[in-house]
Design a protein around this ligand. Structure first.
Ligand code: DGL
Length: 253
């Protein structure tokens, strides 16, 4: 059985865990929320690399066989460093610019992400491959991470915050919105309601889950017997700060 370590700056990575557990229900998971240091979006790459190192060591000490960096910002800032420093497979997030570019009818796609993700070379390279064919409009999801960390996933305040960052993309003609931060899928009902039925919203988490299956299969790490070891919990939740929202969101996955 594989022990899958997964981390994010907060509870956002649970949106990735949710998709992973759909395709890998019989593995063990250790989720680390670095909410004492959240948000990562405005922090320097060096700061995020150091946090990612500390968390990776902790997950490895607890027996992780593979690590999912369930955070676009940390993937952009730190995954290359992690791969260079640790001998364990890392799966990162990839903003879904490709499926958006292939599927748009208006020729305009909108990307919602953190400031850190939008300036990371990983994202800039992806964008560079498609921007000759489609217009790519970007906006930081201002305040989205804070809403999710407060567990405020809907209501008038969530609508106001989401509208402020989404509307400029819709006004630019985007018919496809890429969620480039793992916190944002928790706001999907609000985003879809405000965007309206003609707009497709893409969460890359299912693609990340498929990639993880591929890596684990290749390494022969998948659970070969049905059912979990009754001695060990299927999901262990860890947080550097207050775990209340994490526990609440995880119990509703
Ligand atoms: N969930 C994260 C991401 O995917 C981090 C957001 C933040 O901490 O700013 O980017």
């Amino acid at each position: 059985m594989a022990v899958i370590g997964i981390f994010d700056s907060g509870s956002g990575g649970l949106s990735v865990l949710r998709e992973i557990r759909k395709v890998l229900p019989s593995e063990r998971y250790i989720y680390y929320s670095d909410n004492a240091h959240c948000p990562y979006g405005e922090k320097s790459a060096e700061y995020i690399q150091e946090r990612a190192r500390v968390i990776t060591r902790l997950l490895l000490d607890r027996g992780a066989d593979v690590i999912v960096v369930a955070c676009n910002t940390a993937t952009g800032a730190a995954i290359a460093t992690l791969r260079a420093e640790f001998d364990v497979p890392f799966i990162g997030m990839e903003p879904a610019v490709k499926p958006a570019a292939l599927g748009t009818r208006s020729g305009v796609i909108g990307v919602l992400a953190t400031a850190g993700t939008l300036k990371a070379s990983k994202y800039l390279n992806t964008k560079g491959k498609f921007q000759d064919n489609v217009r790519i409009e970007e906006h930081v999801g201002e305040g989205f991470v804070q809403l999710v960390e407060r567990g405020e996933l809907d209501g008038p305040e969530a609508e106001r915050v989401v509208r402020a960052s989404l509307q400029p993309l819709l006004d630019a003609g985007a018919d496809t919105i890429v969620l480039g931060c793992t916190h944002y899928p928790f706001l999907l009902p609000v985003i879809e309601r405000l965007a309206g039925p003609g707009v497709r919203v893409i969460d890359p988490a299912p693609a990340v889950a498929r990639q993880l299956v591929h890596i684990l299969t290749e390494r022969g790490l998948l659970n070969s017997h049905s059912g979990l070891d009754p001695e060990s919990p299927a999901l262990e939740l860890l947080a550097s700060g207050d775990p209340t929202t994490l526990q609440r969101l995880a119990s509703n996955l």
